[in-house]
Design a protein around this ligand. Structure first.
Ligand code: GLY
Ligand code: MN
Length: 489
């Protein structure tokens, strides 16, 4: 299906509050799907919550260090999903089959600072909405709904100002707002957003090119004397070239055993490996999320090759077996058994992979989940409630160390987009703790493990689209086999 027509326009806003200039959404490019997409989504949601009063607060700009110096604006993903309007200070209500947008038109001061832009009515029309009101009118309308005994449904807020506004609108004390969200609304949104529409898959797939460029750039730069800082800058630059900021802070480190390492202070040395976990936020705010681990200088040592191949086997096993009806929990366990098998073959673990995994011993090396949903958010819908997104009546979250970090356990369905990201890490502090506590002495060969103490970590991550009969890797696969990675140098 062709992706166009899009509604492209430059949205340039600057607000002046009293005599204090406040920049708003500097030079953002506002792109939307055709309005029918949003109309259809809202109709489905209205149907699921028949008679409900659904309240949505879009994001505001967030001050960086003073009010007129702001972080790059990122709209709330639920707001983008339902209304497509990628600008601060909007709110919306869906009730009685009608959508109302609450926002204020820009003033002459705004135009002087930031240039002209479309009216609220025009922006709403592009999402198929004809009903708009002033931003403050939302208070009157919510109060009226509450007076008439209607339940006001909202999603869990994750920003302080949204919590305060919801508290003021509903009368719920700020401390109770987060847990007063509507599980009914969340479940309906999860049901809609989990299975990606063709237009979403196109956007996700289109942006994979940028993810590819980010990683291949970094892999080629992994050479003796280069710095993590310059490679980090080159990765983020590729994302910006693709029209978006990064989808999450880039991980670019020779200390890959730290799962989310956000420091960039090292100089690369031969013998090390560079782990890069990076993704880009597309112009329509759909994410990419990949991880590659490259030997500095482009040649794996024998030891690195052996561990790398085990991680790759786990990654491939998940891609080969993921399909509708399969629980992602079982794909996690498959990856865990593949890792345990490999470590047994190297003498680092003993016994059988089945026993090691059922008791949780493999989590010393693989302490995170195999993957998560991906879409408008890199961890899609994680602002709702992780268990309502990733688990259900049939699949409950485990409390076992490692497995408890699995964000998505339930059955896969066609249209799910998930990450496949196994890893093996040698975390000296965790090894020392387990050894001191005598944990799994019958499974872990702590003597042989000593040789891997400064090994670091390897993670390999692809993005999978679940199809009717199986799954496929989104986009062109970033070089991943040992031969492909070494051939980049
Ligand atoms: N790519 C970062 C994460 O999945 O947590
Ligand atoms: Mn990920």
């Amino acid at each position: 299906m062709p992706f166009f027509p899009f509604i492209y326009y430059l949205c340039i806003v600057k607000k002046q509050t009293n005599n204090n200039c406040r920049t708003k959404n500097l030079h953002s490019r506002h792109i939307m799907f055709p309005k029918e997409i949003y109309i259809n989504r809202r109709q489905k949601l209205s149907k699921a919550l028949d008679g409900g009063f659904l309240l949505f607060i879009g994001n505001r700009n967030a001050a960086f260090n003073y009010p007129s110096n702001e972080y790059a604006f990122r709209q709330d993903s639920t707001f983008l999903y339902l209304f497509g309007i990628d600008e601060p200070d909007f709110a919306a209500v869906i009730a009685d089959g009608e959508t109302t947008i609450y926002a204020d038109d820009v003033t002459m001061d705004d135009i002087i600072w930031m240039g002209p832009q479309k009216s609220v009515a025009d922006k709403a029309a592009e999402a198929g909405i004809s009903h708009t009101k002033r931003r403050n009118d939302i208070a009157t309308d919510v109060a009226k709904a509450i007076r008439s005994g209607r339940a006001v449904h909202f999603i869990p807020p994750y920003r302080g100002e949204t919590i305060i506004e919801l508290s003021e609108l509903t009368g719920i004390p700020t401390a109770n707002v987060k847990q007063s969200y509507s599980a009914e609304l969340v479940k309906a949104l999860v049901a809609l957003r989990s299975q990606k529409e063709p237009c979403e898959i196109e956007e996700l797939e289109r942006h994979q090119t940028i993810g590819y460029n980010m990683h291949v750039t970094a892999m080629k730069m992994a050479a003796e004397g280069r710095t993590e800082k310059e490679i980090h800058a080159a990765i983020d630059y590729q994302s910006m070239l693709g029209g978006g900021s990064v989808a999450f802070p880039t991980i670019c480190s020779v200390s890959g055993q730290t799962l989310h390492n956000h420091t960039y202070n090292n100089i690369l040395r031969n013998g090390q490996m560079l782990l890069v976990d990076a993704g880009s936020d597309s112009p329509l705010h759909y994410a990419t999320d990949h991880t590659r681990t490259t030997p500095v200088g482009g040649r794996f040592t024998q030891k690195q090759k052996e561990i790398y191949q085990i991680v790759l086997n786990a990654n491939n096993a998940v891609a080969d077996n993921s399909k509708p009806g399969v629980r992602y929990l079982d794909m996690h366990l498959l990856a865990a058994r593949t890792i345990a098998d490999g470590l047994i073959s190297l003498g680092i673990m003993k016994g059988t992979a089945e026993e090691a995994v059922s008791r949780g011993a493999h989590a010393l090396f693989f302490p995170h989940g195999i993957g998560h949903m991906m879409g408008l958010d890199v961890h899609d819908m994680e602002n709702y409630n992780e268990d309502l997104v990733g688990y259900d009546e049939k699949t409950k979250r485990s409390s076992q160390f490692g497995l408890s970090s699995l964000r998505l356990g339930r059955e896969l369905k066609p249209g799910f987009v998930v990450t496949d990201e196994p890893g093996i890490y040698f975390i000296p502090e965790l090894i020392d703790k387990w050894q001191a506590e005598g944990l799994f002495k019958d499974i872990i060969n702590y003597d042989i493990l000593k040789q891997y103490r400064s090994f670091g970590g390897i993670r390999l991550e692809d993005d999978l689209l679940v199809t009717d009969s199986g799954c496929r890797i989104l986009g062109k696969r970033i070089p991943i086999t040992i031969e492909e990675v070494e051939a980049l140098h």
